[in-house]
Design a protein around this ligand. Structure first.
Ligand code: ADP
Ligand code: MG
Length: 421
């Protein structure tokens, strides 16, 4: 298919109202329009959805989009419908639909109205759905959050392993597009292999976040007081404090409140109403700080989060990157402060002990990287980017001086020694 550059830009404007592509989007769109298998690696917020939505809207037929979370699919479908006058342009196909609704979805697809069909991987394993999709025109299949296919990813979903075979059954020559924000070379290999897209055109954006400052402090028994001091030095700014356990979240939120800090707790043990009220308070800036487990953050888009504190060190560099990545989305200051004690690593190891051996081994390997990161004396940005397979020179690279090791080399060594005591 031949598409002039001007057509792509016109379509971007027409469907999304944007004047410019972000990062590698244009190249990705062209690759998909040329019916290549395509692999897209971009950090969260990089604009991956548009990479497949735009070519889907521009082409005949329906693009099948596989996504692991029903809530995310609904959001996307609503957003696409909001851009178009035609409600049937995007649909979700899942087990929650009744017969009439399924009929409507299928009619819209058959009539060529539906450009994007979002499906959960479970629904795609159903024969009747596969048979139906075989019988209609499919433009391509996009696998969002493609890291779910890998045991090395943070969110392994066994059903993702079938997608390759299902795509084959739906059509022999359907282009497959994998998209992920997981940048480790191991996960990438897994994705390519399991989707069967060797030779896919690969587009990888930089994972550098030059405006984030990375700092690791030894975790002592005075950690709470240290956090309070830090927050008070950053009075009036928005921040997130991550803790491992719900109990710790509750305790720390209280300690902060008692010390005059406007803070609320957030974890999956709170009822839905409290959770959404606390989240709203944070977004509306009625409170400055959310103390949370990792349950907080998925899909939270507050651009001016000024600090992310890890009261407990996370279980992988990926998690650390994702969680710290919620700071400084607007490009402004973002201080990422993690507290580290080897004791906490042992705690995390203990959590894994009930799991299958293979999973434990992977968990161990991921944890060892966290230890190496916490204890390193080299540029933390260099460490993170290297972990993601990206070369970085902190003398010349953007944000090269934005971490404790580069700024205060000596002090850091003492801190390291203290952490071992
Ligand atoms: P990802 O899936 O990579 O995390 P999203 O697809 O959710 O990212 O996009 C993140 C944000 O970027 C969205 O608010 C989206 O509207 C915006 N965005 C995407 N592409 C562009 C663009 N070309 N110009 C301006 N904003 C864009
Ligand atoms: Mg996305």
């Amino acid at each position: 298919m031949l598409t002039a550059n001007s057509d792509i830009h016109a379509a971007l404007k027409k469907y999304f109202g944007f004047n410019k592509f972000k990062g590698l989007q244009e190249e990705v769109v062209k690759s998909i329009l040329s019916r290549n298998h395509t692999f897209v690696i971009m950090p969260t917020g990089g604009g991956k959805s548009l990479c497949y939505q735009l070519p889907a809207l521009m082409q005949d037929g329906t693009a099948i989009v596989v996504s692991p979370l029903i809530a995310l699919m609904k959001n996307q479908v609503d957003a696409i419908r909001g851009l178009s006058n035609e409600e049937g342009v995007a649909h979700v196909l899942n087990s929650s639909l009744n017969k009439t609704e399924v009929k409507r979805v299928k009619e819209d697809i058959v009539n060529g109205i539906t450009k994007l069909l979002y499906v959960a991987p479970e629904s795609l394993t159903k024969d009747e759905n596969v048979d139906f999709l075989r019988s209609v025109k499919v433009s391509f299949m996009a696998i969002d959050e493609a890291h779910c296919i890998s045991e090395w990813g943070h969110d392994f979903r066994p059903e993702y392993r079938n997608l390759r075979h299902i795509a084959k059954r739906i059509g022999d020559d359907i282009p497959i597009i994998g998209l992920t924000a997981t940048a480790t070379p191991k996960v990438q290999e897994d994705i390519i292999k399991n989707l069967g897209i060797t030779g896919a055109k690969t587009f990888k954006a930089s994972f550098n976040r030059p405006n984030l400052y990375y700092e690791v402090r030894p975790k002592t028994k005075n950690v709470d007081a240290d956090i309070i001091r830090f927050i008070k030095q950053n009075d009036g700014k928005s921040g997130i404090v991550y803790c491992l356990s719900r109990k710790r979240v509750e305790e720390l939120a209280q300690v902060l409140q008692v010390n005059g800090i406007k803070a609320v707790p957030y974890h999956a043990g709170l009822d839905a109403k409290t959770r959404s009220s606390h989240q709203d308070k944070f977004l509306m800036e009625d409170v400055d700080v959310v103390v949370a487990t990792i349950a907080f953050g998925m899909g939270i888009d507050k651009p001016d989060v000024r600090f992310v504190i890890h009261h407990d060190i996370p279980k992988s560099i990926e998690s650390y990157y994702q969680e710290t990545g919620r700071a400084g989305r607007d490009g402004g200051e973002g201080h990422c402060l993690a507290y580290y004690a080897y004791k906490d690593i042992e705690k995390l190891e203990k959590f894994m002990s009930g799991k299958p051996v293979a999973e434990q081994e992977i968990g161990q390997a991921l944890l060892q990287e966290v230890v190496a990161f916490a204890e390193t004396s080299i540029s933390r940005r260099k460490f993170i980017l290297h972990y993601f397979g990206e070369a970085f020179d902190n003398k010349t690279g953007e944000g090269g001086d934005m971490d404790d090791n580069v700024r205060y080399p000596k002090k850091q060594k003492e801190a390291k020694d203290n952490a071992k005591l």
